[in-house]
Write a protein that binds this ligand. Structure first.
Ligand code: ADP
Ligand code: 5GP
Length: 187
């Protein structure tokens, strides 16, 4: 049964291009993006309230206690979580909402909101994934290694998602995801 708006969870290994594709979808007006909270430090030009809400561990844990997250998880030594209030507000307004989160977070959202749509973005190859991760130039060698080993764990879990889309070109990948939105809603 089609709906007015969908909650879409996008996952995929670090460096696969999730952020780039999601930015393109938002530019096209296809969906709102949930801004996550994290305890990791800002990277490159990242700004508080734009890419993430950058919180201290204490503030993050207070928000957990106040039941402020739809889900949260630990990833590579930091907390990441999706604030609940904006997601519910956008869905009630009939807007598609994207959560760009890792696999553990997806499983928690799927358990709470079984009608959410999971999309796993796959890199064209592991070699290209490493090239993109390195080319981004935002992580230390240690962080790159952690993310690559995490990628190897995450890729087999793509089967838990409703759709798997390869990010070969940003435009083609965004086109395919927009098509999924259209087929899942009556907009
Ligand atoms: P993620 O959010 O999955 O960690 P990013 O969106 O930060 O990944 O992309 C990682 C790097 O790969 C960035 O430098 C980005 O410009 C580049 N990139 C993203 N999509 C593509 C693509 N389709 N082809 C080539 N490079 C890409
Ligand atoms: P990064 O540090 O590269 O921005 O993000 C690391 C990982 O955390 C990515 O896989 C990203 O999708 C995930 N992530 C970002 N926000 C959230 C969130 O709110 N919840 C969960 N569970 N994962 C998140």
């Amino acid at each position: 049964m089609s709906k007015k708006a969908v909650l879409v969870v996008i996952s995929g290994p670090a460096g696969t291009g999730k952020g780039t594709v999601v930015k393109e979808l938002v530019r096209r007006g296809a969906a709102e993006i949930s801004i996550s909270a994290t305890t990791r430090v800002p990277r490159g030009q990242e700004q508080n309230g734009v890419e993430y809400h950058f919180l201290t561990k204490e503030k993050f844990e207070r928000m957990i206690g106040e039941d402020g997250f739809l889900e949260y998880a630990e990833y590579c030594g930091n907390y990441y979580g999706s604030p609940k209030a904006p997601v519910d507000k956008w869905l009630s307004e009939g807007k598609n909402v994207i959560l760009e989160i890792e696999v553990e977070g997806y499983q928690k959202v799927k358990a709470k909101r079984p009608d959410c749509i999971g999309i796993f973005i796959m890199p064209p190859s592991m070699e290209e994934l490493e090239n993109r991760l390195r080319g981004r130039n935002t992580e230390t060698e240690e962080q790159i290694q952690k993310r690559l080993s995490r990628a190897a764990e995450e890729i087999p879990l793509a089967e838990l998602y409703n759709y798997v889309v390869v990010n070969d070109s940003v435009q083609d990948c965004a086109d395919k995801i927009e098509y999924i939105f259209k087929s899942e809603t009556d907009n």
